[in-house]
Design a protein around this ligand. Structure first.
Ligand SMILES: Nc1nc2c(c(=O)[nH]1)N[C@H]1C(S)=C(S)[C@@H](COP(=O)(O)O)O[C@H]1N2
Ligand SMILES: [Mo]
Length: 409
């Protein structure tokens, strides 16, 4: 046993993050303890979920550098002072969701920690636009290139957490962030520096970034499955892919040119979508699940989010998805990747009700009703069903997220 074992580690983690429910403490994995935590406009760091594959590293920022390598005029080692002071600073409000969020709703169970719906949080991330660094060092930034970001925390016998991000997204709005909600980020959230890929699933936002490499392809092939004895491809090519029951392994690709996760799910050429930008989703926050309410006017409130396209519409059903009515949006508008708050005024008669919400984005993509059976072998969203997949990624079906309330006379 190490000092950070199941019991000791759990207590310490709970003390530092009182708003989280710990799933596993070593490595740290914890979700926001209640949907009610998502009612605040910004999720505090104590309530923002934590998802890690390896033990959280203890990093001295004075010694930390980010190596810039690959297709650049001159490779460079960028220290934290240079990163902060020699480049412009930008901030983004990003509702970040783990692609394993809502895995617990898969039936039969999908592999992995059984996240409920608390692996999502909305923070203000501040840092250096990656574009500015690539400009300074003459990196190749044309479309079709990739930037591979590598985490520095993997022990020598473990796979490196590495993600390849399409260059068009990188130069658009990705940050090497060093602050969360206006303070240096905590160790678990990536101190001293992490990538932020706004609007994309959390797995793209590599923490503890040690190297960023400009490439012609995603990490793939022997050069990357065995780079000085470590596999850099696992978290790009194997994990974070939609794998239906009939596939042994996902098909690896050198490159793809469709980046929207939703479009990949619907693309016959691409059999196992990558988890890139987030899928449309929403949660009813108030009233709470299983609440008992007096028969009077009830205000339903909730939160909706999406990927690269903004939320356009949220509908509410008070009869388990039979009929729908539009919710209204309540501000403020904190930018394209911030969550959309909604409300709906309801005048119920006594009875028991199943309440759910359904979001549609500007591209007309909408939440499906249910998760398919594994036997159907779906690779994309069809007939209002989200594809069951081996690792339970991307669940945005609205019925599993419904809440039940009782209205009394
Ligand atoms: N280096 C590194 N970066 C990582 C991870 C990791 O395990 N190692 N987990 C990823 C996943 S799956 C998610 S959902 C987000 C979670 O960020 P958070 O812990 O700040 O919420 O970090 C991502 N970045
Ligand atoms: Mo994740």
């Amino acid at each position: 046993m190490t000092p950070d074992d199941e019991t000791g580690g759990r207590e310490a983690l709970t003390q530092r993050y009182p708003g989280l429910e710990v799933l596993v403490s070593d490595p740290a994995n914890a979700q926001t303890a209640s949907r009610a935590n998502l009612a605040s406009h910004i999720t505090s760091r104590e309530e923002h979920y934590i998802r890690t594959h390896h033990r959280t590293p203890d990093i001295d920022e004075d010694d930390w550098t980010v190596s810039l390598t690959g297709l650049v005029e001159a490779e460079a080692e960028i220290g934290m002072d240079e990163l902060r002071c020699d480049f412009p600073t930008e901030s983004v409000v990003h509702m970040m969701e783990c692609s394993g969020n809502s895995r617990a709703y898969f039936d039969p169970d999908a592999e992995g920690d059984q996240w409920g719906d608390g692996a999502v949080g909305n923070a203000v991330w501040t840092g250096t636009p990656v574009r500015a660094i690539l400009d300074e060092y003459d990196g190749a930034t044309d479309d079709g290139r990739w930037l591979s970001a590598m985490g520095g925390e993997a022990p020598p016998d473990k796979d490196v957490f590495c993600r390849s991000i399409p260059m068009a997204k990188v130069v658009d709005d990705c940050l090497l962030a060093y602050e969360m909600n206006g303070s240096p980020m905590s160790a678990e959230h990536g101190f001293p520096v992490r990538l932020i890929v706004p609007g994309w699933f959390g797995n793209n936002s590599v923490k503890w970034v040690e190297e960023v490499r400009v490439m012609d392809e995603m990490v793939n092939g022997e050069e990357w499955t065995d780079r000085d004895g470590q596999d850099y491809t696992q978290y790009q090519q194997s994990s974070y892919r939609i794998v239906p029951q009939q596939d042994d392994e996902p098909t690896r690709h050198e490159s793809v040119d469709v980046f929207s996760t939703h479009d990949q799910l619907q693309d016959d050429e691409l059999s196992n979508a990558y988890l890139f930008d987030q899928l449309v989703k929403s949660l009813i926050i108030a009233p709470a699940d299983d609440a008992t309410l007096p028969a009077s006017t009830v205000e339903l409130a909730g939160v909706a989010w999406s990927g690269e396209e903004r939320v356009e519409r949220v509908e509410i059903s008070t009869d388990g998805g039979e009929s729908w009515d539009d919710a209204e949006f309540v501000g403020p508008d904190l930018g394209p990747y911030a969550p959309t708050k909604f409300r709906y005024v309801w005048e119920p008669d006594p009875g028991e009700y199943s309440l759910c919400s359904r979001t549609t984005d500007e591209a007309g993509r909408t939440q499906p009703a249910t998760i398919s059976d594994p036997e159907e072998g779906l690779r994309g969203i069809e007939n209002d069903q989200y594809p069951w997949n081996e690792k339970g990624y991307g669940n945005n079906a609205y019925l599993p997220h419904a809440i039940t309330v009782e209205v009394t006379a």
